[in-house]
Ligand binder design. Sequence first.
Ligand code: SF4
Ligand code: SF4
Length: 437
Amino acid sequence: MPVGGRKVAPQVVELEEARVTSTISGREWDVSGGPSRMLMPRVLTDYTQRGFEAIRALAGGESLEWCYGCGKCVPVCPVDLVGEYGPRKLHRMVQTGTNLFEADQLWMCTTCGNCLRVCPKQVNMIQIMPAVREVAVADGTIPTELQGVMEKTFRYGNALGENPRRRHAWTKGAGVPVRVLSQDPSPVDVLFYVEDYWSYHPRGQQAAQAFARVLNAAGVDFAILGAEEKTIGDSQRLAGEKGLFEALMEDVVATLERYEFRRIVTPDPHGFNALVKVYPSYGHHYEVLHYTQLLAPLMSSLELTNPIDAKVTFHDPCYLGRHNGVYDAPREVLRAIPGLELIEMGRCRENSYCCGGGGGGMWLDGFNGNHLSERLSERRVREAAATGADILAVCCPYEVSRFEDAAKSTGNEHLRVLDIAELVDMAMAPALAGQVG
Ligand code: SF4
Ligand code: SF4
């Protein structure tokens, strides 16, 4: 082609009659017809823009229509593995006329983030879902069980609807002193933000007590807020209650301003996510650690006199791993426990499967059950059991109860579900020797 010349497209010739001869059979084929469809403007009649217009108008909803249907997101979507889901399928539903604002599918995404990790078009369900759900919440088309959780959170400051005055009742069984800042407001190094499920759920309370014993043994200067603590409410935000989240944030920030501390440590990846990623966008900045990040460098200073001779597999919480890149700290803690053999599941780290609890899913197992062959937690427990592990180690307060239920319902009762804090505590306690495995 001459440099600087103008490329001239070849003249298209439509033959009235065209015959080709097969080089194999020698047979003749008539391939004549009308003008090639490739050269004709297509009349698109099978989809509508209406749904996208409404979603695009919401801050955060813009990217759903960017999907170009490559399908990469579907095989990594944990919900699709037990049902029909994934951004591509949602995109197609909206394209063919489904009103996402009123569809059951609006509540099935756990905002686990695995689709965004692989999507070439940055279709962002972490932003789309809360934006669309916020409208549904305002319109009152929210599943009843989720509505109940929002009301309890609004009324009591926790998702379980428990008495705020009993938030630190768990400390009585810890066996070590746990300072409550309202009773002793002197400056403290670590503000232990306990969150709802470690404060109130019986299995969470055991993990909170174990963690307090570990902190005590490691000589960490720590304290809790006790009755002054309210949930950070990140799952409520992702489930569409941004207003509730913002009201909670005002209360949390006002409480934190009353005390002097160096860093916040929380066991809850959801609270951790909000403090690290969302609070700064409102101008609130804190040094925040997940409790495994605090523990990892302390492990060498602990006297771990009780080896845990067991095979252990570990579940990465979506909001700790994929959302915030913390994969190594929990594994460092586990590997430092004498006797413990860590076995990875096929889906781990960036590609970890979701327990089903994120983005409001914690409270929607019944609602979503109509659309799924099994709960996500059940599928994950079967993956954990398939490794041959004795113990499934977790480090998110949602997971102990979810996976214990799933171990029972899938016939995998032999698989013990233990929080990492409980495992470290057991390794410190000679009296418990032989109880694990
Ligand atoms: S990966 Fe992204 S672009 Fe590809 S189908 Fe999924 S949402 Fe659409
Ligand atoms: S965020 Fe997770 S659950 Fe939601 S569509 Fe993406 S992969 Fe599926």
